[in-house]
Design a protein around this ligand. Structure first.
Ligand SMILES: C[S@@+](CC[C@H](N)C(=O)[O-])C[C@H]1O[C@@H](n2cnc3c(N)ncnc32)[C@H](O)[C@@H]1O
Length: 357
Protein backbone atom coordinates (compact mmCIF):
# COMPACT_ATOMS: atom_id res chain seq x y z
CA UNK A 1 0.00 0.00 0.00
CA UNK A 2 1.47 3.40 -0.96
CA UNK A 3 2.59 5.47 1.97
CA UNK A 4 4.16 8.31 0.02
CA UNK A 5 3.00 11.27 2.02
CA UNK A 6 2.94 14.75 0.54
CA UNK A 7 5.48 17.29 1.79
CA UNK A 8 4.05 20.48 3.33
CA UNK A 9 5.48 22.49 0.39
CA UNK A 10 3.79 20.35 -2.25
CA UNK A 11 0.57 20.23 -0.19
CA UNK A 12 0.57 24.05 0.00
CA UNK A 13 1.15 24.22 -3.77
CA UNK A 14 -1.79 21.90 -4.39
CA UNK A 15 -4.11 23.78 -2.04
CA UNK A 16 -2.97 27.05 -3.64
CA UNK A 17 -4.62 25.91 -6.87
CA UNK A 18 -8.10 26.08 -5.36
CA UNK A 19 -10.44 28.80 -6.55
CA UNK A 20 -13.22 28.62 -3.98
CA UNK A 21 -15.78 31.33 -3.36
CA UNK A 22 -17.98 29.88 -0.62
CA UNK A 23 -17.55 31.26 2.91
CA UNK A 24 -18.05 28.00 4.80
CA UNK A 25 -16.10 25.21 3.29
CA UNK A 26 -16.12 21.45 3.60
CA UNK A 27 -12.89 19.85 2.46
CA UNK A 28 -12.17 16.12 2.23
CA UNK A 29 -9.24 13.78 1.68
CA UNK A 30 -10.34 10.18 1.24
CA UNK A 31 -6.81 8.75 1.50
CA UNK A 32 -5.54 11.17 4.10
CA UNK A 33 -2.57 9.30 5.60
CA UNK A 34 -1.01 11.66 8.11
CA UNK A 35 -3.29 14.43 6.88
CA UNK A 36 -0.72 16.61 5.09
CA UNK A 37 -3.17 17.83 2.44
CA UNK A 38 -5.86 18.72 4.96
CA UNK A 39 -3.30 20.41 7.18
CA UNK A 40 -2.31 22.60 4.23
CA UNK A 41 -6.00 23.34 3.63
CA UNK A 42 -6.40 24.23 7.30
CA UNK A 43 -3.50 26.68 7.02
CA UNK A 44 -5.35 28.40 4.18
CA UNK A 45 -8.94 28.10 5.52
CA UNK A 46 -8.74 27.69 9.33
CA UNK A 47 -12.52 27.62 9.72
CA UNK A 48 -13.24 24.93 7.15
CA UNK A 49 -14.73 21.57 8.10
CA UNK A 50 -12.21 18.84 7.36
CA UNK A 51 -13.18 15.26 6.51
CA UNK A 52 -10.36 12.76 6.77
CA UNK A 53 -10.64 9.15 5.66
CA UNK A 54 -8.03 6.42 5.37
CA UNK A 55 -8.11 2.65 5.32
CA UNK A 56 -5.35 2.66 7.93
CA UNK A 57 -6.80 2.64 11.44
CA UNK A 58 -3.45 3.84 12.81
CA UNK A 59 -3.43 6.96 10.59
CA UNK A 60 -7.03 7.81 11.38
CA UNK A 61 -6.50 7.12 15.10
CA UNK A 62 -3.61 9.54 15.36
CA UNK A 63 -5.52 12.25 13.46
CA UNK A 64 -8.48 11.79 15.79
CA UNK A 65 -6.16 12.66 18.65
CA UNK A 66 -4.27 15.53 17.03
CA UNK A 67 -7.24 17.06 15.20
CA UNK A 68 -10.33 16.38 17.35
CA UNK A 69 -12.45 18.83 15.36
CA UNK A 70 -11.98 16.99 12.08
CA UNK A 71 -14.56 14.43 10.99
CA UNK A 72 -12.75 11.15 10.52
CA UNK A 73 -13.64 7.82 8.97
CA UNK A 74 -11.76 4.59 8.46
CA UNK A 75 -13.18 3.08 5.30
CA UNK A 76 -11.79 1.29 2.27
CA UNK A 77 -12.51 3.95 -0.33
CA UNK A 78 -12.34 1.39 -3.13
CA UNK A 79 -15.11 -0.65 -1.59
CA UNK A 80 -18.56 0.99 -1.93
CA UNK A 81 -19.99 -1.11 0.87
CA UNK A 82 -17.25 -0.03 3.26
CA UNK A 83 -17.83 3.64 2.31
CA UNK A 84 -21.62 3.34 2.66
CA UNK A 85 -21.33 1.84 6.12
CA UNK A 86 -18.96 4.59 7.32
CA UNK A 87 -19.72 8.15 8.43
CA UNK A 88 -18.60 9.32 4.99
CA UNK A 89 -22.12 8.70 3.71
CA UNK A 90 -23.21 11.83 5.67
CA UNK A 91 -21.11 13.98 3.37
CA UNK A 92 -22.41 12.86 -0.02
CA UNK A 93 -22.92 15.96 -2.25
CA UNK A 94 -21.68 18.17 0.60
CA UNK A 95 -17.97 18.63 -0.16
CA UNK A 96 -16.59 21.80 -1.78
CA UNK A 97 -13.08 20.56 -2.32
CA UNK A 98 -11.58 17.08 -2.50
CA UNK A 99 -7.82 16.90 -2.02
CA UNK A 100 -6.14 13.71 -3.16
CA UNK A 101 -2.78 12.10 -3.33
CA UNK A 102 -4.14 8.61 -3.87
CA UNK A 103 -2.12 5.42 -3.87
CA UNK A 104 -0.86 4.78 -7.38
CA UNK A 105 1.43 1.81 -7.58
CA UNK A 106 -0.15 -0.69 -9.93
CA UNK A 107 0.89 -4.16 -8.97
CA UNK A 108 -0.02 -6.52 -11.81
CA UNK A 109 -1.85 -3.62 -13.46
CA UNK A 110 -4.79 -4.28 -11.16
CA UNK A 111 -7.94 -2.37 -11.97
CA UNK A 112 -10.92 -1.34 -9.86
CA UNK A 113 -14.55 -1.23 -10.85
CA UNK A 114 -15.99 2.27 -10.54
CA UNK A 115 -19.31 3.79 -11.54
CA UNK A 116 -19.67 7.21 -13.12
CA UNK A 117 -23.06 8.33 -14.39
CA UNK A 118 -24.68 5.28 -15.94
CA UNK A 119 -21.38 3.70 -16.88
CA UNK A 120 -19.11 1.19 -15.18
CA UNK A 121 -15.36 1.45 -15.78
CA UNK A 122 -12.31 -0.55 -14.77
CA UNK A 123 -9.88 2.08 -13.66
CA UNK A 124 -6.35 2.33 -12.27
CA UNK A 125 -6.20 2.73 -8.50
CA UNK A 126 -5.47 6.47 -8.70
CA UNK A 127 -8.34 7.01 -11.12
CA UNK A 128 -10.66 4.94 -8.91
CA UNK A 129 -10.04 7.37 -6.05
CA UNK A 130 -10.85 10.31 -8.32
CA UNK A 131 -14.08 8.74 -9.59
CA UNK A 132 -15.24 7.57 -6.16
CA UNK A 133 -14.75 11.13 -4.85
CA UNK A 134 -17.21 12.62 -7.32
CA UNK A 135 -20.48 11.70 -5.53
CA UNK A 136 -19.24 13.71 -2.54
CA UNK A 137 -18.85 16.96 -4.49
CA UNK A 138 -21.29 19.83 -4.36
CA UNK A 139 -22.58 21.01 -7.73
CA UNK A 140 -19.79 23.61 -7.89
CA UNK A 141 -17.18 21.40 -6.23
CA UNK A 142 -13.61 20.74 -7.33
CA UNK A 143 -10.93 18.09 -6.99
CA UNK A 144 -7.24 18.90 -6.62
CA UNK A 145 -5.10 15.81 -7.02
CA UNK A 146 -1.54 14.64 -7.23
CA UNK A 147 -1.72 12.06 -10.00
CA UNK A 148 0.83 9.85 -11.70
CA UNK A 149 1.41 10.66 -15.36
CA UNK A 150 0.43 7.10 -16.13
CA UNK A 151 -3.12 7.84 -15.02
CA UNK A 152 -3.32 10.75 -17.47
CA UNK A 153 -2.03 8.93 -20.50
CA UNK A 154 -2.79 5.26 -20.06
CA UNK A 155 -5.11 3.74 -22.63
CA UNK A 156 -6.79 2.07 -19.72
CA UNK A 157 -8.05 5.23 -18.04
CA UNK A 158 -8.79 7.01 -21.33
CA UNK A 159 -12.52 6.08 -21.43
CA UNK A 160 -12.89 7.33 -17.87
CA UNK A 161 -11.26 10.68 -18.70
CA UNK A 162 -13.53 10.96 -21.73
CA UNK A 163 -16.55 10.54 -19.47
CA UNK A 164 -15.16 12.94 -16.85
CA UNK A 165 -14.55 15.63 -19.47
CA UNK A 166 -18.33 15.82 -19.92
CA UNK A 167 -18.75 17.11 -16.38
CA UNK A 168 -15.39 18.61 -15.46
CA UNK A 169 -12.88 21.10 -16.70
CA UNK A 170 -9.64 19.16 -16.27
CA UNK A 171 -6.37 21.08 -16.05
CA UNK A 172 -2.91 19.60 -15.64
CA UNK A 173 -1.37 22.54 -13.84
CA UNK A 174 2.21 21.51 -13.32
CA UNK A 175 4.65 18.63 -13.28
CA UNK A 176 6.24 17.76 -9.97
CA UNK A 177 9.96 17.31 -9.57
CA UNK A 178 11.00 13.65 -9.79
CA UNK A 179 12.26 14.07 -6.22
CA UNK A 180 8.80 15.08 -4.92
CA UNK A 181 8.24 11.63 -3.39
CA UNK A 182 11.23 9.74 -2.12
CA UNK A 183 11.43 6.24 -3.51
CA UNK A 184 8.78 6.88 -6.20
CA UNK A 185 9.89 6.50 -9.79
CA UNK A 186 6.61 7.58 -11.36
CA UNK A 187 6.31 11.10 -12.69
CA UNK A 188 3.51 12.99 -11.02
CA UNK A 189 1.62 16.18 -11.68
CA UNK A 190 -0.95 18.44 -10.07
CA UNK A 191 -4.39 18.26 -11.60
CA UNK A 192 -7.37 20.53 -11.01
CA UNK A 193 -10.86 19.29 -11.88
CA UNK A 194 -13.66 21.81 -11.64
CA UNK A 195 -17.29 20.83 -12.15
CA UNK A 196 -18.78 22.42 -15.26
CA UNK A 197 -21.88 24.43 -14.38
CA UNK A 198 -23.52 23.14 -17.56
CA UNK A 199 -22.42 19.59 -18.35
CA UNK A 200 -21.71 19.14 -22.03
CA UNK A 201 -24.42 17.37 -23.98
CA UNK A 202 -23.69 13.83 -25.04
CA UNK A 203 -23.64 14.82 -28.71
CA UNK A 204 -20.76 17.21 -28.07
CA UNK A 205 -18.60 14.26 -27.16
CA UNK A 206 -19.31 11.76 -29.83
CA UNK A 207 -16.80 13.23 -32.23
CA UNK A 208 -13.19 13.10 -31.11
CA UNK A 209 -11.52 16.48 -30.90
CA UNK A 210 -10.00 17.82 -34.11
CA UNK A 211 -6.30 17.33 -34.55
CA UNK A 212 -3.41 18.37 -36.82
CA UNK A 213 -1.63 16.00 -39.18
CA UNK A 214 1.71 15.04 -37.71
CA UNK A 215 4.26 12.62 -39.11
CA UNK A 216 6.49 10.35 -37.11
CA UNK A 217 9.89 9.34 -38.43
CA UNK A 218 10.53 5.66 -38.82
CA UNK A 219 14.29 5.15 -38.94
CA UNK A 220 15.40 3.22 -35.89
CA UNK A 221 18.78 4.51 -34.78
CA UNK A 222 20.14 1.13 -33.74
CA UNK A 223 19.38 -0.50 -37.08
CA UNK A 224 19.82 2.45 -39.46
CA UNK A 225 21.56 1.68 -42.74
CA UNK A 226 23.87 4.49 -43.81
CA UNK A 227 23.99 5.06 -47.58
CA UNK A 228 25.66 7.55 -49.91
CA UNK A 229 24.29 11.09 -50.28
CA UNK A 230 23.00 10.09 -53.70
CA UNK A 231 21.10 7.06 -52.42
CA UNK A 232 19.43 8.61 -49.36
CA UNK A 233 18.42 11.75 -47.54
CA UNK A 234 20.00 13.40 -44.46
CA UNK A 235 18.94 11.72 -41.23
CA UNK A 236 17.43 13.93 -38.52
CA UNK A 237 17.54 12.57 -34.98
CA UNK A 238 16.81 14.45 -31.72
CA UNK A 239 20.44 15.56 -31.35
CA UNK A 240 20.13 17.42 -34.66
CA UNK A 241 17.36 19.62 -33.23
CA UNK A 242 19.32 22.53 -31.79
CA UNK A 243 18.43 26.10 -30.90
CA UNK A 244 15.37 26.16 -33.12
CA UNK A 245 17.21 24.90 -36.22
CA UNK A 246 17.71 21.50 -37.83
CA UNK A 247 21.45 20.87 -38.03
CA UNK A 248 23.02 18.64 -40.61
CA UNK A 249 23.90 15.11 -39.52
CA UNK A 250 26.09 14.32 -42.50
CA UNK A 251 24.54 10.83 -42.39
CA UNK A 252 22.28 9.69 -45.22
CA UNK A 253 19.65 7.01 -44.88
CA UNK A 254 16.79 5.54 -46.86
CA UNK A 255 13.27 6.11 -45.53
CA UNK A 256 10.17 8.28 -45.77
CA UNK A 257 11.15 11.78 -46.87
CA UNK A 258 9.79 14.93 -45.23
CA UNK A 259 10.12 18.12 -47.23
CA UNK A 260 10.28 21.51 -45.50
CA UNK A 261 8.79 23.85 -44.51
CA UNK A 262 7.98 21.85 -41.40
CA UNK A 263 8.17 22.11 -37.64
CA UNK A 264 10.18 19.31 -36.02
CA UNK A 265 10.29 18.31 -32.37
CA UNK A 266 11.33 15.29 -30.30
CA UNK A 267 8.91 12.46 -29.59
CA UNK A 268 10.74 11.23 -26.49
CA UNK A 269 12.96 12.69 -23.80
CA UNK A 270 13.26 16.10 -22.29
CA UNK A 271 11.71 18.71 -24.54
CA UNK A 272 13.12 22.23 -24.40
CA UNK A 273 12.13 25.30 -26.44
CA UNK A 274 15.36 24.94 -28.46
CA UNK A 275 14.23 21.50 -29.63
CA UNK A 276 11.29 22.99 -31.48
CA UNK A 277 12.94 23.45 -34.87
CA UNK A 278 12.11 24.84 -38.26
CA UNK A 279 12.99 22.72 -41.28
CA UNK A 280 13.47 25.26 -44.05
CA UNK A 281 11.55 25.28 -47.30
CA UNK A 282 12.74 22.68 -49.80
CA UNK A 283 14.99 20.81 -47.34
CA UNK A 284 14.40 17.09 -47.69
CA UNK A 285 15.20 14.87 -44.73
CA UNK A 286 14.41 11.48 -43.25
CA UNK A 287 13.37 11.46 -39.60
CA UNK A 288 14.43 9.01 -36.93
CA UNK A 289 11.60 7.39 -35.00
CA UNK A 290 12.33 9.75 -32.11
CA UNK A 291 11.34 12.84 -34.11
CA UNK A 292 7.92 14.17 -35.09
CA UNK A 293 7.15 16.77 -37.74
CA UNK A 294 4.28 18.95 -38.93
CA UNK A 295 4.49 19.84 -42.61
CA UNK A 296 3.32 23.40 -43.27
CA UNK A 297 2.30 25.42 -46.30
CA UNK A 298 4.95 28.09 -45.89
CA UNK A 299 7.89 29.10 -43.75
CA UNK A 300 5.74 31.87 -42.32
CA UNK A 301 3.26 29.29 -41.17
CA UNK A 302 5.96 27.18 -39.50
CA UNK A 303 7.38 30.18 -37.74
CA UNK A 304 3.92 31.24 -36.63
CA UNK A 305 3.21 27.80 -35.23
CA UNK A 306 6.59 27.75 -33.48
CA UNK A 307 5.94 31.14 -31.91
CA UNK A 308 2.51 30.07 -30.71
CA UNK A 309 3.94 26.95 -29.11
CA UNK A 310 6.73 28.94 -27.45
CA UNK A 311 4.16 31.42 -26.12
CA UNK A 312 2.18 28.54 -24.62
CA UNK A 313 5.19 26.44 -23.67
CA UNK A 314 3.87 24.89 -20.40
CA UNK A 315 0.85 23.53 -22.27
CA UNK A 316 3.01 21.98 -24.97
CA UNK A 317 5.61 20.62 -22.55
CA UNK A 318 2.94 19.09 -20.33
CA UNK A 319 1.85 16.86 -23.23
CA UNK A 320 5.13 14.93 -22.72
CA UNK A 321 4.31 12.36 -20.12
CA UNK A 322 4.95 8.78 -19.14
CA UNK A 323 5.90 6.76 -16.12
CA UNK A 324 9.49 6.41 -17.41
CA UNK A 325 11.07 8.78 -19.94
CA UNK A 326 8.50 11.41 -20.94
CA UNK A 327 7.12 11.08 -24.45
CA UNK A 328 4.40 12.52 -26.61
CA UNK A 329 2.13 10.41 -28.78
CA UNK A 330 1.07 11.43 -32.28
CA UNK A 331 -2.45 11.89 -31.01
CA UNK A 332 -1.43 14.05 -28.05
CA UNK A 333 0.93 16.12 -30.18
CA UNK A 334 -1.73 16.63 -32.75
CA UNK A 335 -4.31 17.65 -30.18
CA UNK A 336 -2.07 20.00 -28.21
CA UNK A 337 -0.80 21.74 -31.35
CA UNK A 338 -4.32 22.07 -32.63
CA UNK A 339 -5.43 23.66 -29.37
CA UNK A 340 -2.42 25.96 -29.17
CA UNK A 341 -2.97 27.13 -32.72
CA UNK A 342 -6.44 28.25 -31.57
CA UNK A 343 -8.30 25.37 -33.08
CA UNK A 344 -6.05 25.18 -36.12
CA UNK A 345 -7.62 28.34 -37.54
CA UNK A 346 -4.43 30.37 -37.37
CA UNK A 347 -2.79 27.85 -39.59
CA UNK A 348 -5.31 28.46 -42.30
CA UNK A 349 -6.17 32.14 -42.33
CA UNK A 350 -4.49 34.80 -44.35
CA UNK A 351 -4.80 37.17 -41.41
CA UNK A 352 -2.55 34.98 -39.35
CA UNK A 353 0.09 34.99 -42.04
CA UNK A 354 -0.06 38.75 -42.25
CA UNK A 355 0.25 38.90 -38.48
CA UNK A 356 3.70 37.44 -38.74
CA UNK A 357 4.82 39.26 -41.85
C1 LIG B 1 0.10 8.23 -1.14
S1 LIG B 1 -0.56 8.19 0.53
C2 LIG B 1 -1.14 9.84 0.63
C3 LIG B 1 -1.51 10.28 1.99
C4 LIG B 1 -1.90 11.74 2.12
N1 LIG B 1 -3.09 12.05 1.33
C5 LIG B 1 -0.77 12.65 1.71
O1 LIG B 1 -0.89 13.28 0.66
O2 LIG B 1 0.23 12.72 2.42
C6 LIG B 1 -1.96 7.21 0.20
C7 LIG B 1 -2.81 6.88 1.40
O3 LIG B 1 -3.91 6.11 0.91
C8 LIG B 1 -4.28 5.19 1.90
N2 LIG B 1 -5.05 4.13 1.24
C9 LIG B 1 -4.58 3.11 0.48
N3 LIG B 1 -5.60 2.35 0.05
C10 LIG B 1 -6.73 2.90 0.54
C11 LIG B 1 -8.11 2.58 0.43
N4 LIG B 1 -8.50 1.52 -0.27
N5 LIG B 1 -9.01 3.38 1.03
C12 LIG B 1 -8.61 4.45 1.75
N6 LIG B 1 -7.32 4.80 1.90
C13 LIG B 1 -6.39 4.05 1.30
C14 LIG B 1 -2.95 4.75 2.51
O4 LIG B 1 -3.15 4.23 3.82
C15 LIG B 1 -2.15 6.06 2.49
O5 LIG B 1 -2.29 6.74 3.72
Amino acid sequence: MDRFYTSPELADALVGLATLHRRTLTIADFACGEGSLLLAAERRWPAALMIANDVSAASVGSLRKSRPKWRTACSDFLNPRSVRSSSLRNHLTGVDLVLLNPPFSRRNRQTFEVAFGDEIFHASIAMAFVVNSIPFLRTDGAILAVLPDGCLVSKHDEPVWRALHKQFKVEVIRDNARSAFQGVRARTCLVRMTKLSIPLAASEHVASPPTLAIVRGCVQMHSRKVVSSRAGKPLVHTNHLQNGAVTSSGVYVVGAVLTGPALLFPRVGLVTPGKLCVLGKGRRVTLSDCVLGVACESETEVELLRQMVLADWPTFASAYRGTGAPYITLERASRVLFNISTGGRLLQTEASREELA
